[in-house]
Design a protein around this ligand. Sequence first.
Ligand SMILES: [Mn+2]
Length: 188
Amino acid sequence: MKLSVAHRSRPKEGEVENGDGVLVRREGPYTLIAVVDALGHGAPAAHSSAVAVGSLSQVLLATGVDLLMEAVHASLRHVRGAAAMLALFDGQVLHCAGVGNVELRSQGTRVPVLPTPGILGQSYRSLRTVSTKMAPGDRLVVFSDGLSFRLDLESVRMQSPEEACALLLERYGRLTDDATVLVADVES
Ligand SMILES: [Mn+2]
């Protein structure tokens, strides 16, 4: 199976730089999807999210989601901290973990990921990673807290990932924060 992925991100109203960051990276059988939300907004937050995404670009995906998260944590030690959700798909199983409030929701197969309290770059408790066997037709939606947690996935069930991202950001984006949404469909 493979993931068909789209994402959309924009800074809070009045800002040019975006403190949210997204990465979609494929390597061998693996696809990594990641959404990062650095503390605050503006240039310092944009720098931190770029550092975090950069760190995720340099670790072999086969290393696994725990060590990918540790790489983000280490990269942010001397800059602003961040929240992040990482989901690593190996073609069959999705391994995911989050620190802070970037949320992952699913349609189809339930992915019972619970965010680990903490801030990457500062401290977080032992990482809770869940591994879930996926099925064709499943959808994953990852979003920063720049979108309302009341976000309704059913309302965009029939839309492509691209269209779903645009609609969700338009309907549920809060102008007071950087906002990012990523939609990934599992295909056979
Ligand atoms: Mn935020």
